[in-house]
Design a protein around this ligand. Structure first.
Ligand SMILES: Nc1ncnc2c1ncn2[C@@H]1O[C@H](COP(=O)(O)OP(=O)(O)OP(=O)(O)O)[C@@H](O)[C@H]1O
Ligand SMILES: [Mg+2]
Length: 347
C-alpha cells in the first residue's frame, strides 16, 4: 500500500463565520471550502462585502469568540485550528502563518518604532538577540524597498507615508519567512511601480521558502499575473474555484463573467467599457433562497434539468468548478457568445 499523501498546507472545509447583531445573524461566510498546497498562490476575488477578509481572518483565529460563531474546519498541515487554544495560535501567528492587513494603521502600533515592530516577532518566535533582530529588521526594510533603512528603522509609523506603512507591514509579515502568508489587498494603497515590486517580493519569498500565499485583491490583473488558483467569492461562499487559467480563461459562473467585465485589469485594453454587475449583493442576514446570485443573474432561463436557481442552492463541486446549475457545455457556449466579445472588444 502506498503511504498516505501529506495533507495540504491549508485545508478549509465548510467554514462558517456568523456575527450575531441586533438586526439578526450576519452570515458573512457560510460554507466555504478550499485547499492550498505549498508553493502555490491562491487569488481571492469578489465584490466588497463578499467575505474575503472575514474568511481569511478566521484562518488565523482572529475573530472574538464572544462576538462571532465560527464553524467548520481549518487545518494547517493537518492540525485543526478552529477551537485550538489561543496559546497555540499565538505560536503560529506572525511565525508560520502571517498576515498583511488591508489597513496598516490598525495593525501598526503608533507607540513603537517600525524597526521594533518588525523585530518583535523575530525575537519572540526565533529567540533572536536584540542585535540580531535589529539587523534582521533593517534587512527587511531594505528588502521591501524603504530607502535609508538603517536610519528609518527608528522612525514611528506616522512618519511614513501610507504606501511606506504598507511596506512596513509586509516586512513585519515576512520577517519569520512564514509558510503561509495571507495578504489582504497588500498593494491597493501603492502606486503601480511599487505594487509590482512588492508582489515580486512576495513571489520571491514563496520561491525561497516554499510557502503558500493567499492573495486577496480587487485587481484581476494582479490575479492573472501572480495567482496559480483563483477563488471567486459571492455572499460568503465560493461562486467558482479553479486554476487561474480555468477561472480567468474559461469561467463558468455568471458572477465570474460579471467580475471580468466590470473590473479593470492591469493591461486594460484601451476603450473597453467596464460593465458593472446590475443590482447589489444580497442581505447576509436574509439571503435569497436558492442561488444567492440569482436576483442579479441574466441566465436562470438557460438552466435545464430539475434544479431551480430560485429554490436549490448550487454547491461548488469538491476541488474545482462553479457553484451554478448551468450545464458545463451551456456555460462555455454562453461565455463564448455573450461575454468573450465584451472582453476582447470584438463582436
Ligand atoms: N463584526 C462584524 N459584525 C457584523 N458584520 C460584519 C462584521 N465583520 C464583517 N461583517 C460583515 O461581513 C461581510 C463580509 O465582510 P468582509 O470584510 O469579509 O468583506 P470583504 O470581501 O473583505 O470586502 P472588501 O473587499 O470591502 O474588503 C460584510 O457584509 C461585513 O459588513
Ligand atoms: Mg476585505
Amino acid at each position: 500500500m502506498s503511504p498516505e499523501p501529506p495533507p495540504p498546507l491549508l485545508s478549509v472545509r465548510d467554514l462558517r463565520v456568523h456575527f450575531p447583531t441586533e438586526d439578526g445573524l450576519v452570515k458573512a461566510v457560510d460554507g466555504l471550502s478550499f485547499d492550498l498546497a505549498r508553493g502555490r498562490t491562491l487569488g481571492v476575488v469578489g465584490e466588497s462585502g463578499s467575505g474575503k477578509s472575514v474568511a481569511t481572518q478566521a484562518v488565523l483565529g482572529l475573530h472574538s469568540p464572544a462576538r462571532t460563531r465560527v464553524g467548520g474546519e481549518v487545518r494547517f498541515e493537518g492540525e485543526e485550528l478552529i477551537g485550538a487554544p489561543e496559546r497555540r495560535l499565538a505560536r503560529l501567528r506572525g511565525n508560520r502563518i502571517a498576515v498583511v492587513f488591508q489597513d496598516p494603521l490598525t495593525a501598526l502600533s503608533p507607540y513603537h518604532t517600525v524597526g521594533r515592530q518588525i523585530a518583535e516577532p523575530y525575537r519572540r518566535h526565533r529567540g533572536a538577540s536584540r542585535r540580531e533582530a535589529r539587523e534582521r529588521a533593517v534587512e527587511m526594510l531594505a528588502r521591501v524597498g524603504i530607502p535609508r533603512p538603517r536610519s528609518r528603522h527608528d522612525d514611528y509609523p506616522h512618519q511614513f507615508s501610507g504606501g511606506m506603512r504598507q511596506r512596513v507591514m509586509i516586512a513585519m509579515a515576512l520577517v519569520c519567512a512564514p509558510d503561509l502568508l495571507i495578504a489582504d489587498e497588500p498593494t491597493t494603497a501603492l502606486d503601480v511601480t511599487v505594487q509590482a515590486q512588492i508582489l515580486d517580493l512576495l513571489m520571491e519569498l514563496r520561491e525561497e521558502s516554499g510557502s503558500a500565499i493567499v492573495l486577496i485583491t480587487h485587481d484581476l490583473g494582479v490575479v492573472s499575473g501572480f495567482a496559480d488558483e483563483v477563488l471567486v467569492m459571492y455572499a460568503g461562499r465560493a461562486a467558482e474555484h479553479g486554476t487561474a487559467r480555468e477561472v480567468l480563461g474559461r469561467p463558468r459562473h455568471p458572477y465570474t463573467w460579471g467580475l471580468l467585465t466590470s473590473m479593470p485589469r492591469l493591461s486594460a485594453e484601451a476603450g473597453r467599457d467596464l460593465v458593472p454587475i446590475p443590482g447589489a449583493p444580497p442581505s447576509l442576514i436574509h439571503p435569497p433562497p436558492g442561488c444567492a446570485f440569482r436576483p442579479r443573474c441574466a441566465y436562470p432561463k438557460e438552466v435545464s434539468g430539475p434544479l431551480e436557481c430560485a429554490r436549490d442552492r448550487p454547491e461548488a463541486p469538491p476541488g474545482h468548478g462553479p457553484a451554478c446549475h448551468l450545464e458545463p457545455a451551456r456555460a462555455e457556449a454562453l461565455f463564448a457568445e455573450r461575454v468573450l466579445p465584451r472582453l476582447t472588444g470584438r463582436p
